[in-house]
Design a binder for this molecule. Sequence first.
Ligand code: AMP
Ligand code: MG
Length: 319
Amino acid sequence: MIDFQPLFQAVRQAAVLCRRVQEHYLISSDKGGHEPVTIADYGAQAILSRAISQHFPDDAILAEEQGGQFMELVSEDLRKEVIQLISDILDTPVTQVEVVKWLDYGQNREAERTWVIDPIDGTKGYISLRNYAIAVGLMHNRKPIGGIIGAPSYPGGAQLFHAQSGVAYMQPLAGGAVKRIHTSTRTESASLRALESVEKSHANHDRMQHVREVAGLGEATLIHIDSMEKYARIAAADGELYLRLPRIGSTRPFMIWDHCAGTAIVEAAGGQVTDIDGSPLNYSSGKTLNNQGIVVSNGAIHDRIIAAIQQVLKEENPT
Ligand code: AMP
Ligand code: MG
């Protein structure tokens, strides 16, 4: 079994960096006109990739940020500040050359094992001081088999989730007892908690409400949260459904780092993660998933949701 301890430590260190940036340095730059990216994204990824480079040097990495962007998009002063922060947190002096090397480590490499990193998932939530996640997925031959999610804003206190060998666990992010987790068995409409993105541009909220109604689950309590924390909540029985249906006509692909760790953790906890037709997500083609939407559930309500989506698709496209 792979020893996840170095990654747990790296996720904890990354979370410390994220918090310090939030407290002192929260300044965003613009990455190609899309997602706001902060220096914490680069700092957290450098810490995570460094741990992988030290403990699993032959493995491949797929990660959201790139060393070239760090050099190009972040001012020299801010680069110095984040490098100093990394040095403080790792308690060892770190150079810019090392940070860039870690950011790109293991990328453009094929290996049996691939680590999939989203250093800050839900950057908009992070910037707005809402929810975000630090995510590290693990694929074997391009199938998610493990994952770690740090959830600093988890209700009741920051948590660290992980899955390995088909079993899911949670523990306090600061350290403490490790607890096995299972998805909830709830199926009754009024008892359900449906999770979805805060950002209206990330998914079609009206379409998702319609699907829940068609499935007879319209009374579910709706909870809007950013990031892969949605997966963690379903794995820990703090939610039953996470729908991600794109806006009609959207051509934006789903990125594997937004789903890999969550998929492994929810499946290991007894839940299901599929495309809108009930088929497994396909992680085999590069950085993107080739699917039409994402349905994450406790398992017990999955078939009802898939059937409802198929009915809604027929309504949307009458022949
Ligand atoms: P969430 O907080 O669940 O909406 O997920 C955050 C993730 O949504 C980010 O990491 C982005 O990769 C992704 N994202 C950003 N913009 C969009 C968009 N327009 N449509 C779909 N997903 C997006
Ligand atoms: Mg993300």
